[in-house]
Design a protein around this ligand. Sequence first.
Ligand SMILES: CC(C)(COP(=O)(O)OP(=O)(O)OC[C@H]1O[C@@H](n2cnc3c(N)ncnc32)[C@H](O)[C@@H]1OP(=O)(O)O)[C@@H](O)C(=O)NCCC(=O)NCCS
Length: 167
Amino acid sequence: MTSGDDAIKGKSPYTLVRLKESDLLAVMALEQACFVQPWTRDNFLGELRRKVTVAMGLRYDGMLVAQCFFWLISPEIHLLNVAVAPRFRGLGLARRLLTVMFSIGRKAGVKTVFLEARPSNLSAIGLYKSLGFEVAGVRPDYYEDGEDAVLMTLEMGPPEPAAGYGF
Ligand SMILES: CC(C)(COP(=O)(O)OP(=O)(O)OC[C@H]1O[C@@H](n2cnc3c(N)ncnc32)[C@H](O)[C@@H]1OP(=O)(O)O)[C@@H](O)C(=O)NCCC(=O)NCCS
C-alpha cells in the first residue's frame, strides 16, 4: 500500500491508485503500448491537472498495468480513456476500473455515463456492452484519421448509500 488514501489493501495482487503527475511516464508508456494513435504527454498532463478529471490505475508488482481517465461533471461522467497492458488483458481489469468509476459516479449523483469509441474497436465495444452501455448515436469524423465515433451511454441506477471505492 503506497499511502493511506491512494491505494487499497486486499487479496487482489492489483493495487488501485489515483494517478498523479509523478505517474506521467508510466501512463504514457502504457498508452503507447495500447493505442496506434496515443495521447500525447501534453494531453495527459492536462488531464492530470484538470480538476474534473479522475485518473486511476491498477498496479501489479509496482508496475502500472491498467488506467482509466474520466471527467466527473455530475450529473454526467465522460469516459475519456481506458487501457490495459496487452499481457494483462482478459483478466477483468478494465471491468474493475469501470466498476470503480460507476461507484464514484453514484456517490456524486451521476445519472449518465457517456463515451466515444471507434466502431472498429471490437474489444472496447464488447467491454462497454458487457457493462450495459448502449449505442446512442454516431459522431461523424470524430477521430483525426477520419473514422467516425460511436457514442455510447449508460443510465446509472440510484446511489448506493454505503458505497466506497477504495482510494
Ligand atoms: C478494451 C480493453 C480496455 C479491455 O480490457 P480488458 O481488461 O482486457 O477487459 P476485461 O477483461 O475487463 O473484459 C471485460 C469484458 O469486456 C469484453 N471484452 C474484453 N475484451 C474483449 C474482446 N477482445 N472482444 C470482445 N469483447 C471483449 C468482454 O465482455 C469481457 O467480459 P468477459 O471476459 O466476461 O467475456 C483492452 O483490450 C485495451 O486496453 N485495448 C486497447 C485500448 C483500447 O482500445 N481502449 C478503449 C478505447 S475506447
